[in-house]
Design a binder for this molecule. Structure first.
Ligand SMILES: NC(=O)c1ccc[n+]([C@@H]2O[C@H](COP(=O)([O-])OP(=O)(O)OC[C@H]3O[C@@H](n4cnc5c(N)ncnc54)[C@H](O)[C@@H]3O)[C@@H](O)[C@H]2O)c1
Ligand SMILES: [Zn+2]
Length: 699
């Protein structure tokens, strides 16, 4: 739609407008609209935004302000007069019963107070606000008729959406039927947000990274991409969840029966949804009568946003009383009875100055972009991984490019895109090396892979990274032997390989500047203690290709001694859960190399335990919990959660991350909350006290 020259000019205009949003006046109105239309096209249609959401919102706000001062200048096609468009064409289009509007945005206490004043000006009595998290996922609308789910749709352009019913049915937290008839409801339309929880997102990205593929930017993209997949089976595998937070429409079974109390307030509706078996934010909401309390709450919530298991990008403040909501009404763009409070942005624009190439422990060469430092979400970012050469090509990155960088919680910073439109001729190609930057051996890229590797087993960079990995938190967990210390010892020649950890020269270390007696002792204790680390951690620590933490556990559960693995055939390996030909080959290749055997022999000689302690201690019947799944909730008083989880696993059981029909046992400590409620509702989960659990695990 826009040709190259227009894109350049509009982007130039954008930057000029952005530099001055507070002082834009009516003469800029047409330009502002043109620029916003342009960015909406980039965002909703091309899925390729050029500016961050905050920048878009700043321009939008400026437009709103000018239009408010000059209402006579509002045109029907102004961006303020409609919501975005995101119909994909891949699904059948369906009409929403009630349009799915956008929300008005606020960024500070001032904005919220202004809004509160506008609401109060309307003389509403007994005003209360229901404050909810603003879930950062993909908006959906569901229709239930006679208690059955009949349709699920995306938000689309707000009036019409894509019919994604089959995909919606793959989301386990959305019940296929719900007892709305108990509330006198025949048909109901509810709204919510499909999310990928951070934990699932991390796992999903880990599997992408292990396969050398580019990881996804954030859980929101993962969720919105997944619900539009053509294959519902893939949707089922991605482990999505959905929070439902709004009843947009309903038809009663009998108009003459008085309306159920729940339906008279937003907080009541959320409770009803929860009681009907939905995941609704009843536990995360607060109802307040003063805007000051609201302001305090949203700020407090922003502080703790990273502790939530899912991403939120702000809060939504809604007038609680539904009659008052109806009285306040909506514009064509957003309801007047609700206001979003947006948290600080986690995207920023910077410049790519240099690319360095790092050698990982498997020899993989990772390009890392050095950018002009920018603050994103309270952290200064100056280094961003580019993963592999393909990503550089796909994103068309060049040195000196303007780049959009994103950093969400728990997610490593990521270059969303380069802004090719802004190039001025000073940009240069990123040249991928042909030889290892550390040992200078020629790099290899096997067919079908996207990663270049240094295959020299003695490459110093790899040896160093392998030592760091061995001692790291998820591996042997040698607390006092961190990344920096390993680098230091390595550079001083005090540490040359993994077994060398167990024959460190503590006297020489004690003479290094900054090393007191205590710190040397602590280091020595931590290293000694690691000798009896569990077998699964040891297997993971060895850095066998494709053997991640999960595979290491599977392997450890199968064997009684590490050496057993040496004799496993590929068939035997592939018979194990989740082990395919690639992983099996990785394991066999490892044991086929003399260097590996030498390393293992040395480790065993210094006393590192190769035995499966769980197996050697208990001869038979140790997996009394085999095939059973467990989850712990509430504060446990008899044991630590991590201990209990290890116990379950050592007895052959599994730990699940949430309450679902797959869960067999929920062990409840004190003050158990939503998980317990949900388990009770499910009726298939057996609820255990801590004592009952302990009794079960005894052999
Ligand atoms: N970068 C760009 O160029 C560009 C261009 C266009 C739009 N955008 C972004 O898109 C936004 C507009 O999108 P939008 O209309 O979806 O607005 P929005 O995402 O800011 O807010 C509305 C949405 O919030 C969601 N939501 C989450 N929790 C909710 C809750 N508890 N109650 C109600 N709703 C809840 C709903 O899906 C709702 O549709 C802009 O503010 C901007 O951030 C960016
Ligand atoms: Zn090398």
């Amino acid at each position: 739609m826009y040709v190259e020259q227009q894109v350049k000019e509009l982007q130039k205009d954008t930057l000029e407008l952005l530099a001055n949003t507070a002082h834009l006046d009516v003469d800029k109105l047409p330009l502002l609209r043109a620029v916003l239309h342009f960015h909406e096209n980039r965002y909703y249609v091309l899925d390729n935004p050029l500016i961050s959401d905050t920048e878009y919102d700043m321009l939008y706000k400026a437009l709103e302000r000018i239009e408010k001062e000059h209402p006579e200048l509002i045109t029907p096609d102004s961006p303020t007069q409609r919501v975005g468009k995101e119909l994909s064409g891949d699904f059948q289009t369906v009409d929403h019963l009630v349009p799915m509007l956008s929300l008005s945005n606020s960024y500070n206490a001032e904005d919220l107070k202004d809004w509160d004043e506008r609401v109060r000006e309307k003389n509403v009595s007994e005003l209360k606000y229901c404050v909810e998290p603003k879930f950062d996922g993909a908006g959906i609308s569901l229709i239930y008729e006679n208690d059955y789910l009949v349709r699920g749709a995306t938000r689309g352009d707000g009036v019409q959406g894509d019919d994604i019913t089959t995909n919606i049915k793959q989301i386990k937290s959305i019940p296929l039927s719900a007892p709305f008839s108990k509330y006198g409801i025949q048909q109901i339309e509810i709204r919510g947000e499909v999310l990928m929880f951070k934990e699932s997102f991390k796992k999903y990205n880990q599997s992408l990274a292990e396969q050398g593929q580019a990881i996804l930017a954030n859980p929101r993209n993962a969720a919105s991409g997944t619900i539009r997949m053509k294959d519902p089976a893939i949707v089922g595998k991605r482990n999505l969840s959905a929070y439902l937070y709004y009843v947009s429409d309903y038809t009663l079974i009998d108009e003459n029966v008085p309306l159920d109390e729940h339906l008279k307030s937003q907080s009541g509706c959320l409770q009803m949804l929860w009681d009907c078996g939905f995941l609704s934010p009843v536990k995360q909401i607060q109802v307040y009568s003063s805007i000051e309390d609201v302001v305090k709450h949203v700020h407090d919530f922003e502080e703790m946003r990273d502790t939530l298991p899912f991403e939120i990008d702000g809060m939504v403040i809604k007038v609680d009383n539904i009659e008052t909501q109806e009285f306040l009404g909506s514009t064509s763009h957003h309801p007047r009875w609700a206001m979003a409070f947006k948290f600080k942005a986690r995207q920023a624009t910077s410049h790519l100055r240099e690319v360095i190439f790092q050698v990982g422990r498997t020899g993989a060469i990772t390009p890392v972009a050095k950018i002009d430092p920018v603050a994103i979400g309270g952290v200064t970012v100056s280094s961003v991984s580019l993963f592999n050469e393909d990503i550089i090509k796909e994103k068309d990155l060049k040195i000196n490019d303007t780049v959009l960088v994103e950093r969400a919680a728990d997610v490593i910073p990521y270059i969303v895109k380069s802004q090719a439109e802004l190039r001025d001729g000073t940009e240069t190609e990123i040249v991928f090396p042909t030889h290892c930057p550390v040992c200078n051996s020629e790099l290899i890229k096997p067919e079908g892979e996207s990663v270049w590797r240094c295959v020299n087993p003695n490459c110093e960079a790899q040896v160093l990274e392998k030592i760091i990995h061995f001692g790291s938190k998820d591996a042997m967990d040698i607390r006092n032997l961190g990344d920096a210390l390993v680098r230091k010892f390595f550079s001083l020649g005090l540490l040359k390989d993994i077994p060398g950890i167990y024959s460190l020269d503590y006297e020489a270390i004690g003479n290094l500047p900054g090393f007191g007696k205590r710190s040397v002792e602590n280091l020595q204790t931590a290293i000694e203690a690691s000798k009896s680390q569990t077998l699964n951690r040891l297997i993971y620590a060895l850095g066998i290709r494709y053997v991640g933490e999960t595979t290491a556990k599977t392997l450890a559960n199968k064997i009684t001694n590490l050496w057993d693995l040496k004799n496993y055939s590929s068939e035997e390996l592939m018979a194990l859960e989740d082990i395919g030909p690639k992983v099996a080959k990785g394991i066999q290749d490892f044991f086929a190399i003399p260097e590996s055997i030498e390393m293992l022999t040395r480790l065993e000689a210094v006393g590192v335990s190769f035995a499966n302690q769980k197996k050697s201690g208990v001869a038979e019947g140790e997996d009394v919990l085999h095939g059973q799944s467990f989850l712990f909730t509430g504060s446990l008083t008899k044991f630590k959660r991590s201990e209990a989880e290890t116990l379950v696993e050592s007895r052959g059981g599994k730990i699940l991350s949430g309450v679902s029909s797959k869960l067999n046992y929920l062990v409840v400590g004190e003050d158990a909350g939503s998980k317990l409620e949900k388990a009770k509702k499910l009726n298939t989960v057996k609820i255990l006290s801590e004592d009952e659990f302990l009794a079960m695990t005894q052999l």
